[in-house]
Design a binder for this molecule. Structure first.
Ligand SMILES: O=P(O)(O)O[C@H]1O[C@H](CO)[C@@H](O)[C@H]1O
Ligand SMILES: O=c1cc[nH]c(=O)[nH]1
Length: 234
């Protein structure tokens, strides 16, 4: 096992869905996968492997924010050989074009996190989604007649921001929503020469205050889960 994932070699599939919420991981595994095994409950950050169609897929909670995501993504790629990572997360909408429960494919993620500024000694690195996964996800969405927004997001360190006006300025520059992990996921996937994509569901709207409940964020974002599963098995 690795430091934070209690799986034996081979228990984690080469393709992993990554919700921040470990209970969303459990819901996805129990709802969509067959022959499900829980391979890790270390720190209650649950991880499962099962079968979708004829493919082995894992679902691993990452926790919230770049530092936590970085631990799980690094161990999945470095210790378990994971090659495809698709984040299935919630986000706060900044753009007036987005509505609660809309689905977003993140092309890139800006950030206020210092992690990459330290990594690149002040240079502004621009992490990007894997184009093949992004294109497949867009194709699958079109086949399923699922409306999507394909755009840049921002991964913000502070869920409770003291600078809401800064978030709205980002919207003026085409950033449609905020999460807390995508920038680091795309960065680390590039480092390990793996493929990554973030699929998000709008859980709340920062302009209007409309919001879903914690339970809805855990177990009702079906369009996102199905799009991610169909994309990695297409
Ligand atoms: O629903 P998840 O995947 O956790 O994603 C979003 O929700 C959390 C904040 O509530 C952050 O992790 C943010 O990125
Ligand atoms: O990171 C997030 C996720 C959902 N809503 C937010 O406002 N921020």
């Amino acid at each position: 096992m690795s430091t934070h994932i209690g799986a034996a070699p081979g228990q984690v599939a080469d393709t992993v869905l990554l919700p921040g919420d470990p209970l969303r991981a459990q819901w996805i595994a129990q709802t969509y996968l067959r022959d499900v095994e829980c391979y890790s409950s270390v720190r209650n950050m649950l991880g499962f492997t099962g079968t979708y169609g004829d493919r082995r897929i894992s679902v691993q909670g990452t926790g919230m924010g770049h530092p936590s995501l970085a631990i799980y993504a690094t161990e999945l790629m470095a210790d378990y050989g994971v090659r495809t990572l698709v984040r299935v997360g919630s986000c706060g909408a900044l753009s007036e074009r987005l509505a609660v429960r809309d689905v977003v494919l993140a092309i890139t993620a800006s950030t206020d996190s210092a992690m990459n500024r330290i990594r690149f000694e002040g240079f502004d690195y621009a992490p990007a989604a894997d184009f093949g996964l992004l294109r497949t996800a867009a194709d699958v969405a079109r086949e399923r007649e699922l409306p999507i927004h394909v755009a840049g997001v921002a991964s913000i360190d502070s869920f409770y921001s003291d600078r809401p006006e800064l978030l709205l300025r980002l919207a003026d520059y085409g950033v449609v929503a905020v999460d807390m992990e995508t920038n680091m996921l795309y960065t680390l996937a590039a480092k390990f020469d793996a493929r990554a994509l973030t699929v998000l569901t709008v859980s709340d709207h920062i302009r209007t205050g409309e919001a879903t409940t914690a339970q809805e964020r855990e177990r009702t974002f079906t369009a996102m889960a199905e799009l991610a599963l169909e994309t990695v098995t297409a």
